[in-house]
Write a protein that binds this ligand. Structure first.
Ligand code: SAM
Length: 274
């Protein structure tokens, strides 16, 4: 029968997957970290028994967090990732030649360490000369940043444990301060099936700070419900107003310039949340 891991996505529903091998497991200073080899999805990072990323489907999330903001901004040079210790968003950011510096701030150095060891396909660019990796609290880093970034991506865990502060209005106000006057940010904002109330509160808070606020979705089979949502807040540039010539060719497996716009077309029950 073999070993199976189940992520309980609600108290009454979950996904289960066959585990071929446990590669590493420890309780870090911040969370329970498991690196496992799954039969279906390849190597996978779990934090507090929640699926974070897997070799087989990681490209969807990392491409959609990175390329929507980076193509929306006309000339992104300085970019920040809050969380993202697996390195996937950084890998995608580096596909944009305009980016001169990509800073990553993850609170847990163990995530970075074990992602490099067991997820080289995802974490392989963390040592790129354009990348600066800092182990620290993203909330504090944002509080100490002023008028510095063209784009910020919040690639955090769920609003529990160390990430609780990363879903507050105060944090989004801090992001506005850390961004340049024409900057924009994206935050993963969970799923409309089980976390509609979170999406509503994030959208409400961001709308009160950013003149352009939108929600887009992507299909991520290993994430709760499989439908994942992202909130974008922008001071000046609208993701739905990107000119055709802005889309320089990049290598992707999910993101396309057509999907850049289509991802913002929402099912009725999701529209009704906003
Ligand atoms: N894609 C995943 C998702 O949507 O749930 C997130 C993956 S990434 C591994 C999440 C990262 O957020 C973890 O490495 C965790 O250590 C980091 N994190 C949580 N709270 C943080 C904080 N306050 N500051 C910086 N990083 C934080």
């Amino acid at each position: 029968m073999g070993l199976w891991f189940t992520e309980k996505q609600t108290d009454n529903f979950g996904i289960t997957m066959k585990i071929k091998k446990t590669l590493h497991t420890e309780q870090t200073d911040f969370q329970k970290l498991d690196m496992v080899e799954t039969a279906e999805w390849g190597n996978m990072l779990l934090l507090d028994d929640m699926v974070m990323t897997s070799v087989k489907d990681e490209f969807v999330y990392h491409e959609m967090v990175a390329h929507i903001p980076l193509f929306t901004h006309p000339n992104p040079k300085e970019v920040l990732v809050v969380g993202g210790g697996d390195g996937g968003v950084i890998r995608e950011i580096l596909k944009h030649p305009s980016v001169e510096k990509a800073t990553l701030v993850d609170i847990d150095g163990k995530v970075i360490e074990y992602s490099k060891k067991y997820l080289p396909e995802i974490a392989g660019k963390l040592e790129d000369p354009r990348v600066e990796v800092t182990v620290g609290d993203g909330f504090m880093h944002i509080a100490e940043s002023d008028n510095q970034y063209d784009c910020i991506m919040v690639d955090s865990t769920e609003p529990v444990g160390p990430a609780v502060n990363l879903f507050t209005k105060g944090f989004y106000a801090g992001i506005a301060k850390a961004l340049k006057e024409d900057g924009l940010f994206v935050a993963q904002s969970d799923n409309p099936w089980f976390k509609g109330d979170l999406i509503q509160s994030v959208q409400k808070d961001v709308k009160e700070i950013f003149p352009i606020t939108r929600l887009y979705t992507a299909n991520i089979p290993t994430y709760p419900s499989g439908m994942w949502a992202f909130t974008i807040g922008s001071k000046k540039y609208d993701p739905l107003e990107v000119k055709e010539e802005r889309f320089h060719p990049i290598e992707t497996k999910y993101y396309t310039k057509e999907l850049h716009k289509a991802a913002f077309v929402l099912p009725k029950f999701v529209q009704d949340l906003l």
